[in-house]
Design a protein around this ligand. Structure first.
Ligand SMILES: Nc1ncnc2c1ncn2[C@@H]1O[C@H](COP(=O)(O)OP(=O)(O)O)[C@@H](O)[C@H]1O
Ligand SMILES: [Mg+2]
Length: 1011
């Protein structure tokens, strides 16, 4: 922003000169310019006037991005730039619907033409465009290289100096798109065609043609690729310029010509003309004795005849004669050598000059907006005036530039922005007033019969305007001034200073006459361009042609009219040095330009006591944050807002004024203080803005998150609810099917009950699966449904088999032995003897007597017979039934009854007849032996506490499983041969063994709970 850049003002100066503290000081002005130039800041404002210093280097500030930056932005918000001025003009045109023009002034080489090109490019890039508009844009842009080729030349001050004045209108439609253009050219420096000062060149096109033209083309035109061959190109002795590439420029120009819409024929005719100018220049004259000129170069005439499409001999005569009318008769009067040369040069200039005008018209045709539906009244226009000829002021080369009229247009342009400190009108009147002005006097002198010359013109001036306060000649000057003035010079005093003009050649230049017979020849030309340039009507017109000065005056008057109807913007260009060098700031040269560009006056007017002025809304908008009453918004009238604001800021009444729509601030320092305050305030504002922005953005982020969460929740809930509903529906279906199946369960399988039946089976099987018995002893088994009774039985068996099989696999040999014994016991005693169940859980042991329990003698007596089982027993005598403790041992072959150390009795198994026990819970048993055996004394009555185990062992060892008798009530036994004893068994509360009165052994066995 402009104001924000104020903070950097120490380094880069101010970007608007009105902010200079000392606005009347030229030193301060130039110092500011220098500071900025050093920083490559070539643009500075004086209010709305743009001052531009030619950087003579590529600054890279003309990119598309730069254009975008300036587009639609308030003039003061961005740093000064030609684009800002362009955009401002464009917007004024669009919003105020007022035609605009941009006046670009400055001396040659200051950058005027470049500036106007930048403006054009800016519009071409940034304005809205349609397809059709694109062609217009292209043509607008491409018209430049063509016009520059024909109208620009290398001068001492500028390698690409425009040698004609150019005013260009760009037309915009109601949408703001460029739709057409028009170029007004004036003051082409025709004299350059025939003569160039040292170090300068002719117009570019000649060199481009010769350097770049194809071989064929040159051959057809009769040209050689050597610029040194042509008289019109050697005068300045400067064929090549390092900054110019004629060959590539030629290509650009050829391309531009076709873009603009030149046909091949047009181009051919055009080049014929350019070539013929070169040939004309080489036409040489010899002088006869009589002084009459004759042509010495016939080849040139041959080429000329062909290229111009005229008769060679007629041309030849026309170049050496002058047609005069005396007493109604036409006579051909011969010319001398000098006259012939000047007639030839006049022809060259006329041809070139008129062709140039034709070219401009042709370009205008191609740029013209052709849509009929679009009345040109609706078009808005931006004009670009590249004020050429400005160096006149500095250089006073009046003669070089054809005519002093440059002066008037330049002055007119100044006058337009009234500079109250100097009245230019006086000078303008002095130059151009009818009958009395310098131009009128010059015209008069040209037309006057007799020997008018430059000197007689000067004398005439002294006579008529000699008394004018702004006019001075050598003769009228005082001694001191005479020293710096030539005798052929006069001096004008205009506000920028005094300028001397030499009158040498004034009359010739002004006359610039083309003899009638040469015109006639041209009118006969078959070249289509020339037939348009030389009109036969011109020949019949008896009036004397207008002098150059008058022509210019008229065309300039027209231009003035055009300009006056528009709103102007100003660009003042300054060249920093004469060497075309980057970075060099020549103070003397610049001071001079500042002076004659009237920049100090510009500034003075702009300041007019107040350094700074700004519209209320702009001022308030920028500084409102500095006052609590105006921050953040002021609702009331703008002027009250500004008033409140400046009072709060402590402005003193003499420091500012409030106008109708603007505030005026007298001293820059007041504004700077305000600006500094804003800089400080900005930081706190920025923090606040940041904070509230962060808050806002967080809040909106949160809101968005919340909204999303709710949305997701809703979706998810929907999904869940739908799933639940689905499940319920399915459940209801299942239940319904189940109930129906239950009702039909007794029917044969049908759709109604199949599910139920399957389910019952399934659930039975699953239940079974979960509740299978874990051990062989577990006899539980779920109740099967009717359909599965058979299956259930099979399964049960299988399951049992499986468990048994599994169980068997895990039995150890010892346990197997045990079980085998238990099996035997079971076979013998199960359900037969009362104390059998008690014995089942008790494991049978290998033996109840070990080695240490048995007397060694007994063991010795046993000899080789190995003891298999031993158990302590009680023996009852057969007679008297006395109880005696004994041991019973079993071997492989026999039962031994042992009394301490003696083997009392041995019963071989083979001799064992049987064994008897009661069915009660007692431990009595009887071993029956044969009574005829001598060794035996009778059956043995014994009692064992482990009767089941003992007897099982005996039965196994003796293989007498089937010989065990279980008796109810009593047992008979043999006491001795022929004599029997009886044992009676009864049940009682406790075990009692005693001899009864009947002589029997009575045994009372306790009743066991289990029975
Ligand atoms: N803005 C610019 N940036 C870079 N170079 C420039 C700029 N303006 C002018 N020049 C240089 O200065 C030369 C002369 O400029 P030009 O516009 O032809 O001057 P004028 O038309 O005022 O005589 C150009 O050829 C170019 O090299
Ligand atoms: Mg120029």
């Amino acid at each position: 922003m402009m104001e924000s850049a104020l903070t950097a003002r120490d380094r880069v100066g101010v970007q608007d000169f009105v902010l200079l503290e000392n606005h009347t000081s030229e030193v301060a002005f130039i110092e500011n310019l220098r500071k900025r130039f050093k920083e490559n800041l070539i643009y500075t404002y004086i209010g709305s006037v743009l001052v531009s210093v030619n950087p003579y280097k590529d600054l890279e500030i003309y990119t598309k991005q730069h254009m975008e930056r300036y587009r639609g932005v308030n003039f003061y918000e961005v740093s000064p730039h030609i684009y800002a001025v362009s955009d401002n003009a464009y917007r004024s045109m669009r919003t105020e619907r007022r035609d605009q023009c941009m006046l670009i002034s400055g001396e040659s080489g200051a950058g005027k033409t470049e500036a106007s090109k930048k403006v054009l490019q800016y519009y071409a890039v940034t304005c809205p465009a349609s397809e059709q508009v694109q062609t217009v844009k292209d043509r607008l842009l491409q018209s430049n290289p063509v016009l520059e080729a024909f109208g620009n030349a290398k001068t001492l001050r500028n390698d690409n100096s425009s040698r004609f004045g150019k005013y260009m209108d760009i037309q915009f439609d109601f949408r703001g798109a460029p739709v057409g253009g028009h170029i007004l050219n004036y003051l082409l420096e025709k004299s350059r065609v025939v003569h160039q000062s040292h170090g300068e060149r002719n117009f570019h096109i000649f060199y481009q043609l010769i350097e770049g033209g194809e071989e064929d083309l040159l051959r057809r035109l009769g040209l050689e690729r050597n610029t040194q061959q042509y008289q019109y190109l050697v005068k300045g002795n400067c064929p090549k310029v390092s900054s110019i590439n004629d060959r590539s420029d030629w290509k650009l120009v050829r391309k531009a010509l076709s873009v603009i819409g030149f046909s091949d024929d047009d181009v051919e005719e055009l080049l014929n003309i350019i070539a013929s100018v070169l040939h004309l220049g080489n036409v040489q004259f010899g002088g006869e004795d009589s002084g009459n000129a004759y042509i010495t170069t016939d080849t040139q005439i041959k080429y000329l005849a062909r290229l111009l499409g005229v008769d060679g001999s007629v041309l030849k005569e026309a170049l050496t004669h002058k047609k005069i009318t005396a007493k109604g008769e036409e006579l051909m009067s011969p010319l001398n050598q000098e006259q012939a040369s000047s007639a030839r040069d006049a022809l060259s200039k006329a041809i070139y000059g008129r062709t140039f005008t034709w070219l401009v018209n042709k370009i205008n045709d191609s740029l013209a907006f052709k849509d009929d539906s679009f009345s040109s009244k609706n078009a808005s226009v931006i004009g670009l005036l590249d004020i050429y000829g400005f160096e006149v002021f500095q250089n006073n080369r009046w003669e070089e530039s054809n005519c002093g009229l440059y002066y008037s247009i330049a002055l007119l342009c100044f006058q337009w922005e009234p500079v109250q400190y100097f009245n230019n009108k006086i000078i303008c009147d002095l130059v151009e007033e009818k009958f009395k002005g310098i131009i009128s006097i010059l015209d008069e002198e040209c037309l006057r019969p007799g020997d008018a010359s430059d000197i007689t013109f000067l004398e005439k001036l002294e006579d008529t305007v000699g008394g004018h306060v702004h006019f001075l000649s050598h003769k009228l000057a005082d001694g001191k001034t005479r020293k710096v003035m030539g005798r052929d010079e006069f001096r004008l005093l205009h506000y920028a200073g005094e300028v001397n003009y030499s009158v040498n050649g004034f009359l010739d230049k002004n006359n610039d006459l083309l003899f009638r017979n040469l015109k006639e020849v041209m009118c006969m030309s078959e070249n289509k361009i020339l037939t348009q340039c030389f009109d036969r009507e011109e020949l019949t017109d008896r009036k004397r042609p207008e002098t150059t000065a008058t022509q210019f005056k008229n065309s300039l008057a027209k231009l003035m009219e055009i300009l006056m109807s528009k709103e102007p913007s100003y660009v003042r260009c300054i060249k920093p040095n004469d060497a075309k060098q980057a970075g060099r700031f020549d103070e003397v040269l610049i001071r001079h330009q500042v002076k004659y560009l009237g920049l100090m006056e510009n500034l003075r007017v702009r300041r007019a006591g107040f350094a700074y002025r700004r519209r209320y809304e702009v001022f308030l908008q920028r500084y409102k944050s500095l006052c609590p009453d105006t921050w953040p918004n002021w609702d009331g009238r703008l002027v009250d807002g500004v008033s409140t604001l400046v009072k709060h800021l402590g402005y003193k009444p003499e420091e500012y004024k409030l106008g109708r729509s603007k505030i005026f601030i007298r001293f820059p320092k007041t504004l700077f203080a305000t600006e500094d305050a804003l800089e400080v305030r900005k930081h706190s504002l920025a923090t606040k803005l940041q904070a509230s922005w962060k808050g806002y953005s967080q809040k909106s982020k949160y809101r968005k998150l919340r909204h999303s969460a709710i949305l997701i929740q809703a979706w998810w809930r929907g999904i869940l609810a739908r799933r639940r509903a689905q499940r319920r529906r399915e459940a209801a279906d299942t239940i319904r099917r189940f109930i129906k199946g239950f009702m039909y369960r007794h029917q044969p399988r049908c759709p109604e009950n199949e599910y139920f039946l399957d389910y019952v089976r399934y659930s039975f099987l699953m239940k079974l699966h979960r509740n299978l018995p874990k051990t062989v002893l577990d006899k539980s088994w779920p109740t099967p449904p009717p359909a599965l009774i058979e299956t259930s039985e099979h399964l049960r068996k299988l399951c049992m088999q499986n468990m048994v099989w599994k169980y068997c696999k895990t039995i150890s040999p010892e346990w197997k032995h045990q079980l085998e014994q238990k099996m035997v016991a079971s076979e013998i005693f199960k359900d037969k003897k009362d104390n059998y169940p008690q014995s089942v859980p008790k494991l049978f042991v290998g033996t109840r007597l070990n080695g240490e329990d048995i007397n060694p003698k007994v063991l010795q007596a046993l000899g080789t017979e190995k003891m298999k089982y031993g158990v302590p027993v009680t023996k009852y005598d057969r007679k008297g039934y006395k109880a005696r403790a004994r041991q019973m041992l079993l071997t492989g072959s026999s039962v031994f009854i042992v009394e301490d150390t003696k083997l009392k009795q041995r019963i071989d198994y083979s001799a064992l007849k049987g064994i008897s026990v009661s069915s009660l819970s007692d431990g009595m048993f009887v071993l029956h032996v044969p009574c005829e055996d001598n060794k035996q004394k009778g059956d043995v009555v014994l009692q064992s506490d482990h009767v089941i185990e003992t007897l099982t062992k005996v039965a196994i060892c003796a293989d007498k499983i089937n010989s065990i008798n279980i008796n109810q009530g009593s047992i008979k036994f043999t006491v001795s041969q022929g004599k029997e004893g009886i044992i009676d068994f009864t049940s009682g509360s406790e075990l009692l063994i005693a001899k009864a009165k009947n002589g029997h052994l009575s045994v009372t066995a306790p009743r066991l709970n289990s029975r």
